[in-house]
Design a protein around this ligand. Structure first.
Ligand SMILES: Cc1cc2nc3c(=O)[nH]c(=O)nc-3n(C[C@H](O)[C@H](O)[C@H](O)COP(=O)(O)OP(=O)(O)OC[C@H]3O[C@@H](n4cnc5c(N)ncnc54)[C@H](O)[C@@H]3O)c2cc1C
Length: 560
């Protein structure tokens, strides 16, 4: 044991830092654990912006934001959570601005807001196209200003559950080596997404769904795991994201004939239809032979150099560096790539989970405000609003309970499993299994899904998980043993992928990001307007469901 705190936050992206700040301000002794330096968290890569109904660019309201979000979620989002989210978002933005977030402004001095996909009003607040970078710096300043301890470059491995309560986390110390236990009266998981399960993804190398897997292994329910969002504009071939802000500023999508093909798929919203709709349209163009080298083109030329340089400098730089194309002069090749996991650890509106003392927020959690499809700009906002709520709730619980305790037997068990892995003298190296996972998930559980392919993916996962049992960690060292942590990450990805496929096979309909045009082409509210719940049982997955919480938005056909 190396530390004991009231609230222990695992993850130092926007959700984790916002939770830590809120818990500290509620009077708790707080620490954060992060496998990366906080400002290197994936939140820092967010580009386009963050949604709140400020109404600065056109008339808007939290009700309209809620309606767009419910519709965008394909009626799978929990409406009470969504209403609370859209009502509290404006206050959270103002707080960030007061902390020093230098959002882009209008001529009249108010915060600028740009149009984003499937939004009924221009509602996305932004700092050029480096919004996440700005937020993560501002939040880190607030963390430094407070007395919040950061266990930096600590790799969280297991949630320590004792007396039916989460009471700490067992970690691998990346700098010095060795297992270390940090105790907390409450634990907030904020470990981000899992896009690295796919070969083509916008996600950073560290987005491996560790916290989701830790919760799964601790017996917690995961919700809506089948819903992985594919972002329509990822650079070919690297998969690096070009923000939706490009289309928000007016960029066109064209096929090899120069046709603005979105006119055929979403005649009103065009390029600004919701992400699931645009990704499917692109994939159809590519599959039917109207793409170029497996991609379509994002054309920004008509925006002119001034607007591109002022509003989209990061996107221009990425295009030039990673695709060798300057968008001022040429269209940029893009295709759909795995981007955001709508599913995650099931939580209530204060981040509480089924396990006493355990909370979750941000991309690893499923509250659910995004349902079957997240709207661009809603995720950063979710990390802030629900990060804050989780931190406050975790602090309140911790402050009304006195002790935390992690029995030595838990540490000894963890030590034994680690030894087993490290003492192995031969076996398969992790990278090949990781490559095969990424490639097969893309082929069999991508933009379009069908029974046959999902069953095939189950077989592939069974094979990969079997091979993983004898995975070989070559580096036996203590200092920065990334060979070891990558092997653990791979195990996490394989187990959460199994939950995704099982839930995908169960959902015999097309809803949001789960599109089955060949076998179940339409939404089936009578049988499937409910959440999938997956749990770990033995060495496999048990599936059940939970109801969608509806307040006032009745399901309608979704048109853009
Ligand atoms: C390229 C890109 C652009 C995006 N743009 C936007 C946008 O413009 N607007 C928007 O709303 N959304 C955007 N998103 C989505 C949004 O940025 C993310 O969903 C959100 O930032 C996730 O925040 P988080 O705090 O949950 O996780 P992250 O920021 O990913 O942080 C995860 C934290 O957990 C830690 N961690 C993970 N595993 C472990 C472990 N085992 N042990 C210890 N620590 C661990 C990491 O070190 C990190 O600190 C974008 C996403 C990407 C990938």
């Amino acid at each position: 044991m190396i530390g004991e705190h009231d609230v222990l936050v695992v993850g130092a992206g926007c959700a984790g830092m916002r939770a830590a700040i809120a818990a500290f301000d509620a009077g708790a002794d707080v620490a954060m654990i992060s496998k990366l330096h906080p400002t290197r968290s994936h939140s820092g890569a967010a580009e386009g912006g963050i949604n709140a109904a400020l109404g600065n660019a056109a008339e808007d309201s939290p009700e309209l934001h809620a309606y767009d979000t419910v519709k965008g979620s394909d009626y799978l989002g929990d409406q009470d959570a969504i209403e609370l989210f859209t009502a509290e978002a404006p206050g959270d933005i103002i707080q960030l601005e007061h902390w020093g977030a230098f959002f882009t402004r209008r001529e009249d001095g108010r915060l600028a807001q740009r149009p984003f996909g499937a939004a009924g009003s221009p509602r996305t607040v932004f700092a050029a196209d480096i919004t996440g970078h700005v937020l993560i710096q501002v939040l880190y300043e607030q963390v430094c200003k407070r007395d919040i301890k950061v266990y930096e470059e600590f790799f969280a491995w297991q949630i320590a559950v004792n007396d039916d309560r989460a009471q700490g986390v067992i970690c691998w110390d990346l700098l010095n080596g060795g297992l270390k236990t940090v105790r907390g009266k409450t634990v907030v998981m904020a470990t981000g997404g899992a896009g690295r399960q796919y070969r083509a993804t916008t996600n950073a190398y560290a987005c491996t769904g560790d916290g989701t897997a830790m919760a799964l292994h601790a017996g917690l329910p995961l919700k809506d795991m089948e819903f992985m969002q594919f972002h329509p504009t990822t650079l070919f071939p690297s998969g690096i994201l070009l923000t939706e802000g490009c289309r928000g500023e007016g960029a066109f999508l064209v096929n090899k004939d120069g046709e603005r093909f979105m006119q055929r798929y979403a005649p009103n919203a065009l390029e600004l239809a919701s992400r699931d709709v645009v990704s499917r349209s692109e994939q159809t163009e590519i599959d039917e032979g109207r793409g170029i080298n497996g991609s379509v083109m994002l054309d920004m030329r008509h925006l002119g150099p001034d607007r591109i340089i002022e509003r989209l400098p990061g996107s221009r730089e990425l295009s030039m560096t990673f695709a060798g194309v300057d968008p001022i002069f040429e269209p940029v090749p893009v295709r759909p790539g795995a981007h955001y996991h709508m599913g995650g650890i099931e939580t209530g509106n204060d981040g509480e989970t089924e396990l006493t003392g355990l909370y979750a927020a941000g991309e690893c959690a499923c509250v659910s405000v995004h349902g079957a499809n997240r709207l661009g700009g809603n995720s950063l906002m979710e990390t802030i609003t629900f990060g804050r709520r989780s931190g406050t709730a975790a602090a309140e619980w911790a402050l009304s309970h006195t002790t935390s305790d992690v029995p030595e037997s838990l540490e000894r068990d963890a030590e034994r499993s680690l030894r087993e892995l490290l003492d192995r003298e031969s076996g398969e190296r992790p990278w090949k299994i990781r490559d095969e996972l990424g490639q097969s998930m893309l082929e069999n559980f991508g933009v379009f899904r069908q029974e046959e392919k999902m069953l095939r993916q189950l077989e592939i996962l069974a094979d990969l998980r079997e091979r993983y049992r004898s995975v070989y960690v070559e580096d036996k060292g203590q200092v920065f043993n990334s060979d070891l942590t990558q092997a653990i990450e791979l195990g996490n990805m394989l187990d959460t992928a199994l939950c995704m496929i099982e839930a995908g096979i169960w959902r015999k309909e097309s809803r949001g990001a789960h599109a089955r045009p060949h076998d179940y082409p339409t939404r089936d509210d009578a049988n499937f307007m409910k959440h999938s719940i997956t749990r770990w049982r033995g060495d496999g997955v048990e599936l059940s469901t939970s109801p969608v919480r509806v307040t006032k938005y009745e399901p309608e056909e979704r048109k853009y």
